[in-house]
Design a protein around this ligand. Structure first.
Ligand code: MGP
Length: 210
């Protein structure tokens, strides 16, 4: 998996087998509650959007997560137009997936300066919230998370399954804000995927805010 030694990630196949070969001392690995898949998106305009989404690796142990994380480029080093997504195994990081289609995302935008200072730390914190099941009773509502690297505004988003479940969705948003250390006076919004898909302006309206 040549993802650390080139300026752009070359992800052409599933590397799960390679990652799960990493052995912990005494060969005891610590299982996660869910199996997760890391996806990489590279914006190749000659292909449909969905065809540009590739699985980098799946993992179900803490040690395999770190092996993968330490092996790939940090999000801040990806080229503009690229994304990483970490989703529960079986959920594709797209609106159309049956487990995403009634849901939405908590969205945090970062300006250009924050790419160097905050992006990698915040993305790592989101990854740790996911694999550590930080959303407790509402963990079943979690689908995954995405980081979009873009020329003007990078985006971090946490995708949940049911936009109609206000209490669970807002509890997730509050926990996310707390874990990322977002100050209280900064408002974080939740967009419903259906609205994001059909929006006319530059932003979909927020269904909820925390
Ligand atoms: P984007 O990559 O989420 O954001 O969506 P970006 O690049 O910041 O652009 P903006 O439109 O938010 O300003 C870019 C485009 O990719 C969308 O307009 C869609 O055409 C396509 N796209 C993104 N997502 C997440 C999906 C998806 O889940 N399904 C499909 N079919 N297209 C998507």
């Amino acid at each position: 998996m040549s993802v650390t030694d080139s300026t752009e990630v070359d992800v052409t196949e599933d590397h799960s087998a390679e990652i799960s070969e990493v052995k912990a001392p005494l060969a005891v690995k610590h299982p996660l509650q869910n199996t997760w898949a890391l996806w990489y998106f590279k914006n190749d305009r000659s292909k449909d959007w969905s065809e540009n989404l590739k699985i980098v690796a799946k993992f179900q142990f803490v040690e395999d997560f770190w092996a993968l994380y330490n092996h790939i480029q940090p999000a801040s080093r990806l080229a503009n137009g690229c994304d990483y997504s970490l989703f529960k195994d079986g959920i594709k990081p797209e609106w159309e997936d049956p487990r995403n289609c009634k849901g939405g995302r908590w969205l945090i935008s970062l300006n250009k300066g924050q790419r160097a200072t905050e992006l990698d730390h915040s993305w790592m914190e989101i990854l740790l919230c996911l694999i550590g099941e930080a959303f407790e009773d509402n963990s079943d509502e979690i689908c995954g998370a995405t980081v979009n690297i873009r020329p003007k505004v990078d985006k971090l988003s946490l995708w949940t399954a049911n936009a109609g479940k206000k209490d669970a969705t807002c509890a997730i948003g509050k926990k996310l804000k707390e874990r990322l250390g977002v100050p209280n006076h900064i408002v974080v919004g939740y967009e419903v995927h259906e609205d994001t898909k059909s929006r006319k302006g530059s932003m979909a309206k927020n269904r909820y805010t925390v």
